[in-house]
Write a protein that binds this ligand. Structure first.
Ligand SMILES: [Zn+2]
Length: 487
């Protein structure tokens, strides 16, 4: 509509183009004053508090004062004939004004949408510690670029959608208070802002929570390669790659929450935000890793090698076989990219049937691993990761029930037919002396036998080809032979 507007957008390398600065990621400016002269019709949005608005002839001079450390790329001005209004968020440390500068023609619709930020900022304030710029304000300035930008205490916004408000606000903790220490590690800003948008859905708009998880996974798995770690910081498109720095970064955090537990995750993240070397300064992925390791007692090096530096993602195939109350789960994993040989992960498997259900968590350490469990009902459905904790592509499950149980005297062998293992159970008053397996040609095969109890043995047969076998079981006073089939 021909109204004049000026706005700035500096991330990652643009600050130097409009004001003299040290444009690096290792030395924050300790405070700033932004002073702008503009025609009377306009307002100027910027960082911190507006200390004066002085009329001089046909112009106004706006003076903004910010007294927190700030990275060069987080400084902004937004200038046009804004309409201004304030929302107030009651937070742990008091009431925080949320100042909105919006285009006058949009002010009615913007004013109806912006209050949705109040429960979001209350949630972040609880989960991640007090709003970082509590002595000043938070705010939004509408601008003409098709997205948002987390300018410190005054985000620039194309609109006031729930997701965009949640994302830019999250950056005030992750990006502004604690800033990525290199553009390789931009995920420390964008992965967190994206995951916190997911958490806003989870806690405040749960109808959209499943769709958020599904959509984020589908975005990542739409291509087989790419790491969260940014491999080319000369390419601004790679730095802000939505699939890798945002979606995969967010899922890396979700999987950390799953792996180390919700309480440890949030406490570890708070410790990272409050770490004296990171807080109001710059951080590395290693800073975050150290805090999550220290709170959980886990070594996360392999996890970060696979999910942060490694490219691609896993797929899973789960085969469940139930015989009576005994269920064996064989879990296979393939990888979409050769940079990761295997993703070691705790995997949730949910089973239900006869109106009952239960969830198992199996610590998956190699493809083809077999997990045995007891289920006191007949399973009718098996689900891999129904809560979408794991970034994986099209996981599949199969279920086989009530295979023949071969009971010969003092021995039960099940399941038969079998997939990659079978169980051998012997009567309490007997001792197992030896097990031999012969193929159809009568050749003896050396099986891997795991003694679960003195009466229960698991025989792993991954190396066997499909076909029919004879098992010869020698007890202290008995020799038993039985035909079995591998399928
Ligand atoms: Zn962002």
């Amino acid at each position: 509509n021909n109204d004049s507007i000026i706005w700035t957008l500096s991330e990652p390398y643009g600050a130097l183009e409009w004001w003299p600065c040290k444009q690096n990621l290792n030395d924050k400016i300790d405070s700033i004053d932004v002073i702008v002269t503009t025609p009377l019709v306009n307002k100027v949005g910027s960082q911190g508090l507006l200390v004066s608005e002085t009329t001089v002839g046909p112009n106004k001079i706006f003076h903004w004062k910010h007294r927190y450390p700030i990275a060069a790329y987080l400084i902004s001005v937004s200038i046009t004939n804004y309409a201004a209004y304030t929302n107030v968020a009651p937070l742990s440390a008091g009431n925080l004004p949320i100042l909105n500068y919006v285009f006058p023609e949009d002010s009615a619709s913007m004013a109806s949408q912006s209050p949705a930020i109040i429960p979001i900022i209350q949630m972040y304030d609880t989960l991640f510690g007090a709003y970082p710029f509590m002595n000043e304000k938070y705010g939004h300035a509408q601008f003409g670029w098709g997205g948002g930008m987390e300018h410190q205490t005054m985000s620039s916004m194309v609109n006031f959608s729930f997701s965009l408000m949640a994302h830019e606000l999250a950056h005030q903790w992750f990006g502004d208070k604690v800033t990525c220490g290199s553009w390789e590690e931009i995920w420390l800003n964008e992965g967190f802002a994206t995951y916190l948008t997911g958490l806003s859905h989870k806690n405040l708009a749960p109808t959209w929570w499943y769709a958020w998880r599904e959509g984020t996974i589908n975005d990542v798995i739409s291509q087989p390669d790419g790491s969260v770690f940014c491999t080319d910081t000369t390419d601004v498109g790679r730095i802000f790659n939505g699939r890798l720095s945002y979606s995969k970064g967010a899922y890396l955090l979700r999987m950390l929450e799953w792996k180390i537990g919700e309480q440890n995750f949030f406490q570890g993240v708070r410790n990272y935000l409050n770490d004296a070397s990171c807080s109001y300064s710059y951080a590395t992925t290693d800073n975050l890793k150290v805090h999550l390791e220290s709170i959980s007692g886990l070594n996360l090096t392999e996890f970060f090698n696979d999910w942060y530096y490694g490219e691609g993602h896993p797929s899973y195939q789960v085969a469940a076989t139930q015989v009576g109350n005994n269920v064996s789960f064989t879990i296979n994993q393939t990888q979409s990219h050769p940079s990761v040989s295997f993703y070691e992960m705790p995997l949730p498997i949910y089973v239900k049937g006869q109106g009952l259900d239960t969830t198992f968590v199996f610590d998956h350490q190699f493809s083809g691993q077999v997990f045995n469990a007891t289920v006191p009902f007949t399973i009718d459905s098996v689900f891999f990761d129904p809560e979408l904790w794991i970034l994986s592509e099209n996981p599949t499950t199969t279920l086989a029930i009530n295979e023949e149980i071969a009971i010969i005297g003092n021995v039960s062998v099940y399941p038969n037919p079998f997939l990659t293992s079978f169980n051998l159970q012997i009567s309490k008053n007997k001792q197992l002396k030896s097990i031999h397996i012969f193929n159809a040609l009568g050749q003896s095969i050396e099986p891997l036998i795991i003694e679960k109890t003195p009466q229960l043995f698991q025989i792993n047969t991954q190396q066997l080809a499909r076909g029919s076998y004879t098992i010869e079981i020698r007890l202290n006073d008995e020799l038993i032979r039985k035909k079995l089939t591998k399928i």
